[in-house]
Design a protein around this ligand. Sequence first.
Ligand SMILES: [Zn+2]
Length: 348
Amino acid sequence: MNLPSIDQEYMLDFLTGLLNTPSPTGFTDAAIEYTENALKAFPELSCSRTRKGGLLVKWPGHRTDHPRALTAHVDTLGAMVKEIKSNGRLKLTKLGGFAWNTVEGEGLTVFTNAGNTVRGALLLCKSSSHVHAAATGETKREDHAMEVRLDAVTHTAEDTKALGIEVGDFVAFDPRVEVTNGFIRSRHLDDKACVANLVTAVKALHDAGLKPAQTTYLLISNYEEVGHGASAGIPDEVEELLAVDMAAIGDGQNSDEFHASICVKDSGGPYHHGLSNHLRQLADQHAIPYKVDIYPYYGSDGEALWHAGADVRVALIGPGVDASHNYERTHMDALIGTTKWVMAYVGE
Ligand SMILES: [Zn+2]
């Protein structure tokens, strides 16, 4: 198959909209609905929800003898209200693995159980250097050292409860999406960038009147950041899973913001050698530049499926994302490369 052309404007519009749809792990319905609404434009697909709220898409192909799946996740890092403090501010507990300094000073939204929102910001308790001097710089960023300052008049825990805020409310940090010179700077490119890659690949094949070589499933998973996203939801008949998730960039890494990467090993051990080599051959055939890499502190939804006991071949590709689980950034080149790679895999 010759790879069809990619609608880059569509990809960027979809991605920006998804990034601006809050979806901390456990509170992902709006992002799942956003993605489902985009995929409804392609009548050849059939969409259903998994019981735990992920989106399963069936994409019919030319053959049905070796069904495959691809997965990307819409859930992101975030937080939950742990405690309402006597001064009316909030103590949070993290959803997913990140360091507090990566969201210090960030705007946020608290989602009350009644469906309202309250704005605020995450700050160090000793935030003012006019008051706390060196402690503002030196305090270790731990749960008890951080608090939410709400943009509402509240001086006591009772004032805050009167806003409808309770322990257990979800909190989403502002993504602050900005597109400049082909760079996309935003929180939560992990893994919304790859959801955009999958949806854009569907559109490109659809627009060209093409379909997958095999019955292909897409699982848009919603609990990846806490380790069990794709552990359920992939149909039993699937023989191969391609997890599409960000590549980790930093000292000693091969990956960068301008390429798609294939991860051959991460914290969970090696990915499937045969499937990884097949993907490398496909990239070579279609002149898709890529990096081969190993991610030292990383797990994926592919491994979640393996740990759940599935007998499938699993591989992992994705765009390079700088400063992952922080204020992230990638480049259109990496998104285009990943989308092409997905199409090459699906089409062969
Ligand atoms: Zn991810």
